[in-house]
Design a protein around this ligand. Structure first.
Ligand code: NAP
Length: 327
């Protein structure tokens, strides 16, 4: 592990986006998601991105063993793990596919969660994982045929057992619906990680519940994700217009909106690009006034699968109101 590099500026006081609680940890509100790192196919380049993130004041890193079959974790082990004040959040509930990066293979049974915790411990080179998200995948969360039905309470019991054994510091939950989030409360999760962004706000109720229970809200796909067909926040015409007015990048507008929308939100945008990493950190400095927030609040996606849905919904609504007017 390379714990003393000339890039120890992560100790500096400037926390990107300010600080907020992640359970007992105080972290910068702009963190880093490591899912894009394996795309680089170059461990040195991946480590360079992580070093720059530390330099910029990021001290919250999100990862999983299944990101590149240990690739992201091994880069984190080299550059990040074991540093004071740095929190690494990982997740369990899937294993890497045999070939390629996707689709992940669900691994939801309690014994599989335990195996995944061990894989994360080994690849991160630590004795205890700071925070582990139980990434829930089941027929009620993911509309894929043949998904095994595993009881949430059995999974949570295994997570608690591993916390009691000292393998896990804190528990988080991910990809949960409102009912599952409520059922998770007895185990005191410190964070919720659901898909959420300016272009995808279906989890507004979970966001509110997490805030009321002092859990950090850590949206995944904060920029709309990297997958083809997803509604990319920075492609939205209104976002681009506001970016021009503020002289910032469109992606920064989307991230700044998340930070302003709720003060318990922590960002983990994923990038393999140093330029984007710097932009994302700088988004923590952007101030959006009330009229701008109102414009963004009113935004309905025009691109990606959600754009198609939202346009279809608009057509139905306008047809219904025309029929109503004719009556
Ligand atoms: N719990 C879960 O089930 C779950 C699921 C998915 C992801 N996650 C976590 O959430 C993190 C974020 O999600 P994500 O990485 O999938 O999606 P994301 O952060 O919404 O978007 C990543 C995409 O945005 C691009 N990007 C990043 N910064 C940009 C900028 N400033 N301008 C323009 N494009 C930019 C990236 O490309 P470049 O690389 O070219 O910058 C990449 O294509 C992941 O890294 C992972 O840690 C969790």
């Amino acid at each position: 592990m390379t714990n003393s590099s000339p890039t120890d500026a992560y100790h500096n006081d400037s926390a990107p986006g300010g600080k907020a609680a992640l359970g007992p940890h105080d972290v910068a509100r702009v963190g880093y998601g490591a899912m894009q790192l394996p795309r680089l196919k170059d461990p040195t380049a991946a480590r360079t991105v992580l070093r720059r993130a530390l330099d910029l004041g990021i001290n919250h890193f999100d990862t999983a063993y299944f990101y590149g079959n240990g690739v992201a974790n091994r880069a984190l082990a080299e550059e990040v793990a074991g540093r004071d004040g740095v929190v690494i959040v990982t997740k369990v509930g899937a294993r890497p596919p045999e070939r390629g990066p996707m689709p992940l293979v669900p691994a939801q049974r309690p014994e599989e969660l335990r195996r995944a915790v061990q894989d994360n411990l080994d690849s991160l080179g630590v004795e205890r994982l700071d925070v582990v998200n139980l990434r829930r995948v089941g027929p009620e969360n993911t509309p894929l045929p043949g998904l095994p039905r595993v009881n949430l309470e059995d999974q949570l019991a295994e997570m608690v057992a591993m916390r009691d054994e000292g393998l896990i510091g804190q528990i988080g939950v991910s990809n949960v619906n409102d009912d599952q989030l409520r059922r998770s409360l007895p185990v005191r999760p410190v964070c919720v990680q659901n898909a959420y962004s300016l272009t995808s706000r279906t989890h507004e109720a979970a966001l509110a519940l997490s805030r009321s229970k002092n859990m950090a809200w850590v949206p995944y796909f904060p920029l709309g994700g990297a997958f083809p067909g997803s509604a990319k926040v920075w492609r939205e015409p209104e976002v681009q217009e506001i970016a021009r007015e503020l002289d910032v990048a469109p992606a920064q507008v989307g991230l700044a909106w998340l930070l302003h929308h709720s003060d318990h939100t922590l960002l983990i945008p994923g990038t393999a690009s140093l330029e984007h990493l710097e932009q994302n950190v700088d988004a923590g400095r952007i101030r959006l006034d009330e009229p701008t927030m109102a414009r963004l609040d009113a935004l309905r996606p025009t691109t990606g699968a959600r754009g198609v849905l939202s346009r279809a919904r608009e057509r139905v609504t306008s047809k219904a109101s025309k029929t109503e007017r004719r009556r």
